[in-house]
Design a protein around this ligand. Structure first.
Ligand code: AMP
Length: 416
């Protein structure tokens, strides 16, 4: 027996029967994003490693533990993107998109890569639909993107979700919070896991990302960032909440929602689903007002979210494939050629047709067509070739009739 090579750990195939659901989620997402003025952008799958070290942040779990980093043949350090935002920011600066009159609203659907422990809802190659807006400071836009996410989930018939919101402050107010948080974390350090103990000095905010039960319990006793916001962040947060009310979005303020990425300022939010199990976040996002200037670009604020497609697919009702197709049953080479020629014409006219070239008798061809769910079978034998008229069987009604090519074309095209 030859050795079988399995898919790499944490990756999976999306097979044709599932692809129908993917295409549904992708096309509904595209449609909704475009309704809100977003346009698609596609950036490379790999980037210079420092883009994520600097963008996603050196104290984030993503950068510390989860990046697929490698050296190319010229010795450059490259990383398969673990998230999308830093790539979009780089592209805007590099292509000077901020000088164009077009709104800086972008969306993207594609694969991301994180070397994480694979489990249900967590893969090493997974897919996200991302949106980003730049240059809009007003909290109305924060609420608009939450409302867009809400609308998208409704369009996909996803119910029972919960929207969690928070503010993580800014460079002015966060330092005094971090100071108090750190001293509380030091007091509780004996019960924190080894990872969180390291986070106390590095970035105590990251303790809130930990999923260890004891750390989660202790974190509940830590001070809340919402009690430390400066006037500007406080204002921004309360106006964001007012606009959510304006859109009739139900939400819960969750002061421990800091999200696992270092760049957030002010607003953070997540939509969770109890149907997902332990990895319950369907989508998450927030504001990152300093990133563009940190990367040497203009001082443009930004906000966005990323939605996990695998997780979404697991809660979106299954889409039934309804495509109708015609199956060609032929007897011998001459009728096969006549069939191939006619099928070419039908396909050009927009009718889906299937020809299987393996020789089978008529009975076997009919049972194949039945098993595959063909809407019609076109039967061609020597007699039919001579007469120039073929048999068409409607598989739903079971009626089989001899028809001219023109009639067949008309019948199948009209009900395709
Ligand atoms: P994040 O960039 O970590 O905020 O993730 C945004 C969304 O992507 C999450 O809410 C999940 O739906 C999805 N996601 C993140 N990491 C993974 C993963 N390893 N596997 C599958 N989906 C993921």
């Amino acid at each position: 027996m030859k050795k079988k090579i399995p898919a790499a750990k944490g990756t999976r195939d999306i097979l044709p029967r599932e692809v129908v659901n993917w295409q549904n989620v992708e096309s509904v997402s595209r449609r909704v994003f475009e309704l809100y003025g977003y346009r698609e952008i596609r950036t490379p799958v790999f980037e210079a490693t420092e883009l994520f070290e600097k963008g996603t942040g050196e104290t984030s779990d993503i950068v510390i533990k989860e990046m697929y980093t490698f050296k190319d043949k010229a010795g450059r350090s490259l990383t398969l993107r673990p998230e999308y935002t830093p790539s979009v920011v780089r592209s805007i600066i590099e292509n000077r998109l901020y000088l164009k009159p077009d709104p800086l609203r972008f969306y993207y659907i594609g694969p991301m890569f994180r070397y994480d422990k694979p489990q249900k809802g967590r893969y090493r190659q997974f897919h996200q639909a991302d949106i980003e807006v730049f240059g809009e400071e007003d909290p109305a836009v924060d609420a608009e993107i939450v409302e867009m996410a809400d609308y998208l989930l409704k369009k996909l018939q996803v119910s029972d979700t919960e929207t969690l919101v928070n503010s993580v402050g800014c460079q002015k107010c966060r330092p005094s919070y971090i100071k108090d948080l750190r001293s509380k974390a030091v007091e509780a350090s004996r019960v924190l896991c080894a990872d969180c103990q390291r986070k106390i000095t590095m970035n105590p905010l990251r303790i809130f990302d930990c999923k260890v039960e004891t750390c989660l319990e202790v974190a509940k006793t830590f001070p809340k960032i919402t009690d430390y916001l400066c006037q500007e962040c406080e204002n921004h947060f309360s106006r964001f909440c007012e606009y959510l009310d304006f859109f009739s979005i139900k939400y819960k303020v969750e002061p421990r929602l800091v999200r696992g990425i270092d760049y957030y300022t002010k607003t953070t939010f997540e939509v969770v689903s109890p149907r997902l199990g332990a990895q319950d976040a369907l989508l998450g996002g927030g504001r990152y007002d300093d990133m563009m200037k940190e990367f040497g670009g203009p001082d443009l604020c930004g906000i966005g979210f990323a939605m996990g497609i695998e997780r979404l697919i697991s809660v979106v009702p299954f889409v039934e494939e309804k495509g109708k197709f015609l199956y060609l049953a032929y007897l011998g080479e001459e009728s096969r050629r006549a069939g191939m020629e006619f099928v070419q014409l039908l396909r050009r006219a927009g009718v889906e047709c299937l020809i299987e070239y393996k020789e089978r008798n008529l009975k076997n061809q009919m049972s194949r067509a039945n098993k595959l769910g063909a809407a019609w079978v076109l039967i061609i034998g020597d007699e039919e070739v001579k007469r120039g008229k073929y048999q068409l069987k409607n598989m739903e009604t079971g009626v089989q009739e001899e028809k001219s090519r023109e009639d067949i074309l008309k019948i199948v095209r009209e009900s395709s």
